[in-house]
Design a protein around this ligand. Structure first.
Ligand code: ATP
Ligand code: MG
Length: 274
């Protein structure tokens, strides 16, 4: 997407002065420090920073899993209201996450078809016929190259790591959230599955126009996949812009250092070798 085309898209998720302080007094840790951001519909945003820079803390605030100490988050341009359980459940229809560890995404005591049926119900499809539900689950599994018939009676722990990652994406296919937050979903798997999963996420974005917020240490990867890159250091965004702006003409010392750690960033990226 070009930068101008992107700016005309409606705002999906934005924030002003968003801050998280853990603890108080001498023991206070400012994990996220007055960050501003504007994420638009269908945009792929990467948030890049080293360990401890505040990425996961910011993700948790965006998801509404922890409170915001100061500042405000806006959903579709309006102040986000998640003040009670009903409003939180409604918000979570719009924003979903996939995590580093796919095990944590599933209830281990639910069979896989129960996991997928739950997604259909969350989207308001509880009343559909059994045939229609099976058709939807089959389609979702097909999208990630899983065979529904082979999974239907299994538990998540009976799948391989790669199958589990795919199931996670099949859930997103059914849930069709406006926003998907991916906190390094690929860091624990081999490079080949990593490329496949990224590819599936991009297809899904094109299919349902989802906004993807991708959290990573890997500035090289961020360069190739993103519409916008935000660089995070000690809880602050020290730089933001298009991948070309941020990575080809970095302003912050921190960004320059992150880039110098990646030797081949200016060379074309050949998917066939990963
Ligand atoms: N619940 C908590 N209580 C106190 N401090 C916390 C808590 N969670 C995170 N922190 C602190 O906030 C800072 C940011 O942590 P965070 O997990 O957001 O970093 P990160 O960028 O996700 O790192 P990584 O790349 O290693 O996942 C760290 O200094 C961390 O110790
Ligand atoms: Mg983290």
């Amino acid at each position: 997407m070009t930068n101008d085309a992107l700016k005309e898209r409606p705002l999906c998720l934005s924030g002003k002065g968003v801050t998280k302080v853990f603890g108080s007094g001498d023991k206070a840790t400012v994990a996220v420090d007055h960050v501003d951001f504007e994420f638009r519909e269908g945009e792929l945003i990467s948030i890049v920073g080293e360990s401890g820079s505040g990425k996961t803390t910011l993700s948790k605030m965006l998801l509404g899993l922890i409170s915001v100490t100061e500042g405000e988050v806006f959903f579709q341009g309006k102040p986000r209201d998640i003040s009670n359980r009903k409003k939180r459940l409604e918000y979570w229809k719009g924003i979903q996450a996939i995590f580093q560890d796919p095990f944590s995404s599933f209830n281990v005591f639910s069979k896989i078809d129960a996991v997928l049926l739950d997604c259909i119900r969350m989207r308001g499809g509880g009343h559909l016929s059994k045939e229609k539900k099976i058709e939807m689950m089959t389609e979702a599994c097909g999208f990630v190259n899983l065979k529904y018939e082979e999974l239907t009676n299994k538990y998540p722990f009976e799948l391989s790591g790669g199958q589990m990652q795919r199931l996670m994406i099949a859930r997103i296919f059914l849930l069709k959230p406006k926003i998907l937050l991916a906190d390094e979903p690929t860091s624990m798997i081999d490079a080949c599955s990593r490329a496949t999963i990224l590819d599936m996420l991009m297809n899904l974005r094109d299919e349902i126009g989802m906004t993807i917020i991708f959290i990573t240490h890997d500035i090289g990867l961020a360069y190739y996949i993103s519409d916008s890159v935000y660089i995070m250091e000690h809880g602050k965004f020290v730089e933001k812009g298009t991948p070309d702006e941020v990575i080809l003409t970095p302003q912050a010392e921190y960004t320059k250092r992150l880039i110098s750690d990646v030797p081949k960033i200016h060379e074309p990226w050949d998917l066939s070798t990963v």
